[in-house]
Design a protein around this ligand. Structure first.
Ligand SMILES: Nc1ncnc2c1ncn2[C@@H]1O[C@H](COP(=O)(O)OP(=O)(O)OP(=O)(O)O)[C@@H](O)[C@H]1O
Ligand SMILES: [Mg+2]
Length: 191
């Protein structure tokens, strides 16, 4: 779990700690639970997209899936924002870099599960799209499942990711629309 990308408040984020108030939340929870369920495989080649506004628990569910793969399947799993991946790839170009580009590609490309968080946020130059495409293409080639979390709808995601990355991630992916009130707001009103 120490090398999972799960930090801070998300250490507590599990399927069991995801509070369910509506049918839609229940359905989203079930789909996420099933995704890393008993049949989970590092080469299952599918994907899952959680799309919705801020505070709806996308990162929570993403962290829960990563935790499940690590704890139950004892396989490597990682959650990272698209920007974190681009930043770590870019850091390899420095003269005093501690890891090379190939190592970073494999760190994100090989795990049994990658949860790609905050896709499309503050990112999208052609150079950045190509760097992320290298990771996505490696996972696609190896049929590694990838979960995508974003505030953007499909047309905006296509623009942010570029056609080639979008197309690979979309193959075999199921989309869950997380369209319920922000948990962040909910908590404030009861404090
Ligand atoms: N249904 C829920 N039950 C319990 N905690 C929740 C639930 N939904 C969200 N949370 C908690 O609320 C906080 C915000 O949720 P989270 O960060 O997962 O939202 P998000 O959808 O990723 O938002 P953003 O799009 O802004 O990244 C987190 O601490 C998360 O654990
Ligand atoms: Mg989030």
């Amino acid at each position: 779990m120490r090398d999972s990308g799960i930090t801070g408040r998300y250490v507590e984020a599990t399927f069991d700690s995801f509070a369910v108030a509506t049918k839609e939340q229940q359905a989203a929870l079930e789909v996420c639970r099933a995704f890393t369920g008993p049949a989970f495989h590092a080469d299952q080649g599918n994907g899952l997209w959680l799309i919705g506004p801020p505070g709806t628990g996308k990162s929570h569910l993403g962290a829960a899936m990563v935790g499940d793969v690590i704890n139950r399947h004892t396989k490597r799993a990682y959650i990272a924002s698209a920007r974190q991946i681009v930043r770590r790839l870019r850091a390899t170009w420095r003269r005093d870099a501690s890891e090379n580009e190939e190592e970073v590609l494999e760190a994100f490309g090989l795990p049994a599960l990658l949860v790609l968080d905050e896709v499309g946020l503050g990112f999208g130059t052609e150079g950045e799209q190509i760097q992320l495409l290298d990771v996505i293409d490696l996972r696609y080639t190896l049929k590694r499942p990838t979960v995508l979390l974003s505030n953007l709808n499909a047309p905006l995601l296509r623009t942010a990711l570029g056609d080639r990355a979008f197309d690979r991630l979309r193959e075999g992916a199921r989309t869950i629309v997380c369209n319920w009130p922000s948990h962040r707001g909910a908590r404030l009103s009861t404090e």
